[in-house]
Design a protein around this ligand. Sequence first.
Ligand SMILES: [Zn+2]
Length: 119
Amino acid sequence: MAQVEKRSGGCQCGKVRFEVTVDLGAPVISCNCSMCGRSGTLLTFVPADQFTLLSGEGELTDYRFNKHVIHHLFCKVCGIKSFARGSGPKGPTVAINTRCLDDIDIEKLNITRVDGKSR
Ligand SMILES: [Zn+2]
């Protein structure tokens, strides 16, 4: 069931803040790859035009691995990965770490396991 909402979120220390229009009824990816498996991110993907970075661009460190297509961005102050930038079939995409949305109830999300490790 679609549950489209405008949400705010960001990193732990508050330097990185964003607003995003996100469907909280859509599957949220719990992946076991070398990155997600370690950091515990729960990702949902939105078109880049539904995402606005309000502050913190200068605080972000960009880490890339594997095919270097996804910009894994983390706050250089607190280390939290609140989102990543990449490109999907429909163009620029932002992967939101739903754990970093304000007042989110993780238990209510549609968490879907993805076996990124063996891909
Ligand atoms: Zn931070």
